[in-house]
Design a protein around this ligand. Structure first.
Ligand code: ASP
Ligand code: MG
Length: 419
């Protein structure tokens, strides 16, 4: 008998028909002899709708009350799903995050799970019930309701799987798995069979929306193997796990794009020690996240500094930069919101030289101008104009042969020639 955690996202539980479908899927797993825990998101766009309601009342609502509001979305789904299972003649019980023992820190709207006290879930499983847990929410040790950040139900599923020592953590979603690119942009995109935590972290961080970044971190830290698959069919999806030598080794696992960041440039900053420390120190004090940074070659004692930041942090970034320009006596600052970050991710980059050169040549041939570049050992990212994002993704996808099975065994000599 295996213990499985099955997570269903908002689209998968978007209507009462779909909730019935999920109920049947859980019952089928139970009837195969498994112990079944479901983790579910709010139905469809409910979380967005709740955010809209709050925004209609206040632009700066207290974060505690935001969590009180947002946590209701998932509570609707768990109750309906438990009713659906009962209506089909099986035993189920729903739990809020608090009831399921999800203990989090107190940072509202982006809380981190500290511990899962799974006794109540265990008892219900032992009593033969299907257990349904509300995703995306926790309770602080002081008894305050929190939420875990957008997409946080993934993290709940992983944490519950780790806490229960589950044999399997399945993430059911509206796509068949992790793709080599967004299929809406590149129709030739291909489902990847296995991907390492390391690669999945880079993919999630650079725009692949299929898994929440924090969930992947949690899975890696606790060694939870994930199976990302569709809730609408029985096709095998993508396995996310620790890299090992038996794993198929792609040189490039995928190309992602992200239009959620803006570029800020400060012009003619005096070129002396400590200036970057002031700029990025002030931004950090204001909780502005910074991604790519570039500093131009200095001319006549001054230089330009550009960085990218999530658009949701942009209002704070603008206020901070305005003050920094005065403080440092820089000339001016500018914002460009029409940018996209294109990233190529693959563990094979470590051992296959020439990937960056090939990426830049491909983008040049496609007429895509590069604004900024950054790299990690398994990722290369370029900032380009937003209107060139789709061209860039398609050009790279084809240049790196991602539509075909460009996967080669690490030991295979032909692997070298592929890039
Ligand atoms: N309902 C939340 C959201 O839309 C959490 C989730 O779906 O994972 O972000
Ligand atoms: Mg959602």
């Amino acid at each position: 008998m295996a213990l499985v955690v099955m997570k269903f996202g908002g689209t998968s539980v978007g209507t009462t028909d779909r909730i019935m479908h999920v109920a049947r899927r859980l019952i089928a797993a139970k009837e195969r002899g498994d112990q079944v825990v479901a983790v579910v998101s709010a139905m469809g766009d409910v979380t967005d709708d709740l955010l809209g309601l709050a925004a209609a009342i206040s632009l700066t609502p207290p974060v505690r009350e935001m969590d009180m509001l947002l946590a209701t979305g998932e509570q609707v789904t768990i109750a309906l799903l438990a009713m659906a299972i009962h209506s089909l003649g099986h035993e189920a019980i729903s739990f809020t995050g608090a009831q399921a023992g999800i203990v989090s820190d107190a940072s509202h709207m982006k809380a981190r799970i500290q511990e899962v006290r799974a006794d109540r879930v265990m008892d219900a499983l032992a009593a033969g019930r299907i257990v349904i847990v509300a995703g995306f929410q926790g309770l602080t040790p002081d008894g305050e309701i929190t939420t875990l950040g957008r997409g946080g139900s993934d993290t709940t599923a992983v944490a519950v799987a780790a806490g229960l020592g589950a044999d399997l953590c399945e993430i059911y979603t509206d796509v068949d798995g992790v793709y080599t690119a967004d299929p809406r942009v590149e129709p030739a995109a291909r489902k990847v069979e296995t991907v390492s935590y390391e690669e999945m972290l880079e993919l999630a961080a650079t725009g692949a929306r299929v898994l929440q970044l924090r969930a992947v971190e949690f899975a890696r830290n606790h060694g939870v193997v994930l199976h990302v698959r569709s809730s609408f069919n029985d096709n095998p999806g993508t396995i996310v796990k620790e890299a090992d030598e038996t794993m198929e080794q792609a040189i490039i696992s995928g190309v992602t794009h992200d239009t959620s960041e803006a570029k800020v440039t400060i012009r003619d900053v005096p070129d002396r020690p400590g200036v970057a420390a002031v700029v990025f120190g002030r931004l950090a004090e204001q909780n502005v996240n910074v991604d790519l940074i570039i500093q131009n070659v200095s001319e006549a004692g001054s230089t330009d500094i550009s960085f990218t930041t999530p658009k949701e942090d942009l209002a704070r970034a603008k206020r901070t930069v305005e003050a920094v320009v005065t403080e440092l006596q820089a000339r001016e600052w500018q914002v460009d919101e029409a940018v996209a970050k294109i990233s190529l991710v693959g563990a094979g980059m470590k051992t296959h030289p020439g990937v960056a050169a090939r990426m830049f040549a491909t983008l040049a041939e496609a007429g895509v101008n590069l604004d900024m570049i950054s790299t990690s050992s398994i990722r290369i990212s370029c900032v380009v104009g937003a209107d060139q994002a789709e061209t860039a993704v398609r050009a790279l996808h084809s240049a790196f042969g991602l539509e075909a099975a460009a996967i080669v065994a690490e030991s295979s000599p032909s692997g070298r020639g592929a890039v």
